[in-house]
Design a protein around this ligand. Structure first.
Ligand SMILES: [Zn+2]
Length: 351
C-alpha cells in the first residue's frame, strides 16, 4: 500500500479508480493501435500503476507528474509490485502532453486528473489523444460546477450551472460540453462512452474522433423552480412551458447520451474478470437502463416534498409510470432518482 502522504493519494477515490480500470480494459479490447496510457497528472501513480499492473493488454504506461517527490513514491510502488511496463516522467502536464502530440507519440488513453478543474489541460490532452483514442477527465471543483460560483463555471466550462437536485448530472454535462467545445476548435468531435461520479470525483470518458458529423449535441437544460418542470432544449428559452413562470437555464452543455450502450456492455463483461468494488456492477446496470432517456432525473424526495406526503418506493413509481405508457428507469446518478419521459405534472398525478 502507498504511504499516507497528503495530497498525493486519496483512498476515497478508490471506486473512481476501479471504474477507470474497467473502462480502460473495455476500451483496449477493441482498440487497434499502440496501447499506450499517458497519465498526465499522476501524483504517486495510484491510477497508472494499477493500469500497468492489472490490465494485461496494456503495452506501456507513462506516469507523469511535476512533483518529483510524488514520482519517487510511484517508482517504489512500481518496484514493490514488480511492474515493468511503466516509465516515469517529471514535467508540467501541458508540456508532457505537448511532447506526446506528434502522430507517433499519442496515447491510446489519456488521463487528466487535476485538483479542481481540468479545463486548462483540455487542449493539450485532446491533441495528445490518438484519433479513436480515449480521453478520461476528472473534475473535483464541485462548488463551481454545482452553481455556487456561476461566473467561475462560465469562465472554466463555457456554461452556466443551475442549482438543482440533479446538479451532479448538470455537472457531468457541463464537463462534456466543455470538452466538446474545445475539441470543436480543432475539428475534432467527442463521443461520450461513460460518466461516473463518486463523492466529489466527477469523471467523463470520451472517445476522440475526427469530426465527421454536424449533429448538434449541445443545448441547455431548462429548470422551473416553481412547478419542478425540467427539459433539454437546443435554443435559449426562459419561460416554463407548464406553468409559464420564469425558468432557469443551465448550459450550454452536452444534452445527448452520457453513455454508449456497446461500451457499457463491454464494461459489464470486463468487470467480471477484474478485482473491483462490488458496487460497480449495480452502477453499470443502471447506466445501461437509463440509456436513451431524457436528461435530468427526478428524485423520490422531491416528489414527496411536492405532494407533501411520503413518496412511493422507487420500484412502485417506475412501475406506475410504465403502466401508463411512459418510459421510466432508475438512474446511476442518484440511488433514489429516476428518469422518465413523463412531465412533472404527469408524475404528480400518478402518485
Ligand atoms: Zn413551471
Amino acid at each position: 500500500m502507498p504511504p499516507k502522504e497528503p495530497a498525493f493519494f486519496n483512498p476515497r477515490a478508490r471506486v473512481s479508480r476501479d471504474f477507470s480500470i474497467i473502462a480502460y480494459s473495455a476500451f483496449l479490447k477493441n482498440f487497434k493501435g499502440p496501447k499506450i496510457f499517458l497519465d498526465s497528472l499522476a501524483g504517486i501513480g495510484a491510477r497508472s500503476i494499477r493500469v500497468a499492473n492489472e490490465i494485461k493488454s496494456i503495452e506501456k504506461v507513462i506516469v507523469n507528474d511535476v512533483n518529483q517527490q510524488a514520482l519517487e513514491i510511484g517508482k517504489s510502488i512500481a518496484t514493490l509490485n514488480q511492474v515493468t511496463n511503466c516509465e516515469f516522467s517529471e514535467n508540467e502536464a501541458c508540456r508532457f502532453l505537448s511532447l506526446h502530440s506528434t502522430r507517433d507519440g499519442r496515447g491510446a488513453i489519456i488521463d487528466v486528473d487535476p485538483f479542481g478543474s481540468p479545463s486548462r489541460y483540455l487542449d493539450c490532452a485532446i491533441r495528445a489523444t490518438f484519433h479513436g483514442g480515449l480521453l478520461s477527465v476528472t473534475a473535483t471543483d464541485m462548488t463551481v460546477l454545482h452553481g455556487i460560483f456561476p461566473e467561475a463555471c462560465q469562465r472554466k466550462y463555457y456554461g452556466t450551472p443551475v442549482r438543482t437536485i440533479y446538479g451532479n448530472e448538470i455537472a457531468l454535462r457541463l464537463i462534456l460540453g466543455c470538452i466538446n467545445m474545445v475539441a470543436g476548435r480543432m475539428d475534432i468531435m467527442i463521443h461520450p462512452l461513460f460518466v461516473q461520479h463518486s463523492m466529489h470525483y466527477y469523471k467523463a470518458y470520451a472517445k476522440i474522433l475526427v469530426r465527421t458529423n454536424t449533429k448538434d449535441c449541445m443545448g441547455y437544460i431548462l429548470h422551473c423552480d416553481n412547478c419542478g418542470n425540467r427539459k433539454a432544449v437546443h435554443e435559449v428559452e426562459h419561460t416554463c412551458n407548464i406553468c409559464n413562470s420564469k425558468a432557469k437555464l443551465a448550459g450550454p452543455l452536452w444534452i445527448e447520451s452520457l453513455h454508449d450502450k456497446d461500451f457499457v456492455d463491454s464494461m459489464i463483461s470486463e468487470e467480471k474478470n477484474l478485482t473491483v468494488d462490488k458496487s460497480c456492477t449495480l452502477f453499470l446496470e443502471k447506466c445501461k437502463e437509463e440509456m436513451g432517456m431524457p436528461p435530468a432525473y427526478f428524485t423520490l424526495d422531491e416528489i414527496g416534498h411536492r405532494k407533501q406526503s411520503a413518496p412511493p418506493s422507487l420500484a412502485k413509481i417506475i412501475e406506475k409510470l410504465k403502466e401508463t405508457g411512459h418510459r421510466a428507469t432508475r438512474t446511476s446518478m442518484n440511488p433514489t432518482g429516476f428518469k422518465t419521459d413523463a412531465t412533472i405534472t404527469e408524475i404528480l398525478s400518478l402518485v
